[in-house]
Design a protein around this ligand. Structure first.
Ligand code: GLU
Length: 332
């Protein structure tokens, strides 16, 4: 029996660690254009699981800046929707349920080793994030059947929880970047889903939320391309539907460094303060990523009809040093 295709549901999921910078604005804009051009639903989700990195007030600030840019959403923390809550810090129950499912399926195990211990033990060359892939030999050979219940009941849960990965290549066709193949067993090995300090890992939270929120298309920056194979394996293990992935080029400065939240001059709030109009920003972003032929002021809604993924470029975007001047001139 064939199933009808699911309704198009896209999301923008910023971490509230500061204002929206140009790179996040690009992601928010293109994700929005894709949804709006296909009559789908746009969801705003706050990725605030990593408490210490969260800046108070940043989540509200980001939503304000996106609205100023001309974007709107159909479900989100400030307007609710069918799959509440839309803030990860309030979704622990969902993450615990997913961990229990994985434990039942034999895809989860406790690990007391620190990153430092692992670097010492593993002889393989270091892979992702300066870490060697987790060696298979360290998987516990004889876990008690009820280890997870015992772990939950323990007063001091002094172990991280790791996902037991499959040793087969994951292949996917990124909407922007094309064919990607990765064998997670070789790049990261069994990765952490809940840290020893009790914090849920980004990989777990994002996958659980994307499944439960029915996300059919994930649009985000190319820096997350190498998380995707892990997320696909985890989605499969949780019985979820694999969304389409579209990774957008990063925006770099003229030295080739990634524009970051540290670069305060390029948050939307700073640009606004410098006298830049939202239409100048949308115009620059759309032109830079290949969605507009010329650099001119434009409102996001004017880009909806002509939006097609084929136009989105893959190479990094270079923001010229005089970008603020350029944007200001265009704004006046
Ligand atoms: N929260 C991540 C960020 O702000 C995005 C995660 C995702 O889109 O999967 O970079």
């Amino acid at each position: 029996m064939s199933h009808p295709p699911p309704p198009h549901r896209g999301r923008f999921a910023p971490s509230p660690t500061g204002g929206l910078h140009l790179g996040s604005a690009l992601v928010a804009l293109v994700a929005w254009l894709s949804v709006r051009s296909q009559g789908g639903v746009y969801i705003w989700r706050i990725e605030d699981i990593d408490g210490p990195r969260v800046v108070p007030g940043a989540a509200e600030q980001q939503m304000k800046e996106a609205r100023w840019l001309g974007l709107n959403w159909d479900e989100g923390p400030d307007i609710s929707g069918p799959i509440t809550p839309y803030s990860q810090s309030e979704r622990s129950e969902e993450y615990e349920a997913a961990l229990a499912t994985l434990a039942d399926a034999g895809r989860l195990f406790p690990c007391k080793l620190s990153r430092k211990d692992l670097r010492k033990i593993a002889s393989a060359p270091h892979g992702r994030d300066g870490q060697p892939p987790y060696p298979k030999e360290l998987r516990p050979a004889d876990l008690q059947e009820d280890w997870f219940e015992i772990h939950l009941a323990a007063e001091n849960q002094d172990a991280a929880l790791r996902f037991l990965v499959n040793d087969h290549p994951v292949a996917f066709n990124d909407v922007v970047m094309g064919e990607v193949t990765e064998n997670v067993a070789e790049t990261t090995g069994d990765f952490v889903l809940k840290r020893r300090d009790g914090v849920y890992a980004y990989q777990l939270a994002v996958v659980v939320d994307d499944i439960e929120m029915g996300i059919t298309e994930v649009v985000r920056g190319a820096d997350l391309l190498d998380s995707t194979a892990r997320q696909i394996q985890l989605t499969e293990a949780l019985g979820g539907r694999i969304p389409a992935y579209a990774h957008l080029p990063l925006i770099l400065n003229e030295n080739g460094d990634k524009l970051s939240k540290q670069n305060e001059a390029l948050t939307l709030a700073e640009l606004r303060g410098a006298g830049v109009s939202p239409q100048a920003i949308s115009g620059w972003l759309a032109h830079a990523v290949g969605l507009a032929d010329t650099f001119q002021t434009i409102h996001p809604r004017e880009l909806v009809d002509s939006f097609v993924w084929e136009r989105v470029r893959t190479e990094p975007i270079i923001a010229p040093n005089n970008l603020v001047e350029l944007l200001r001139t265009l704004s006046s």
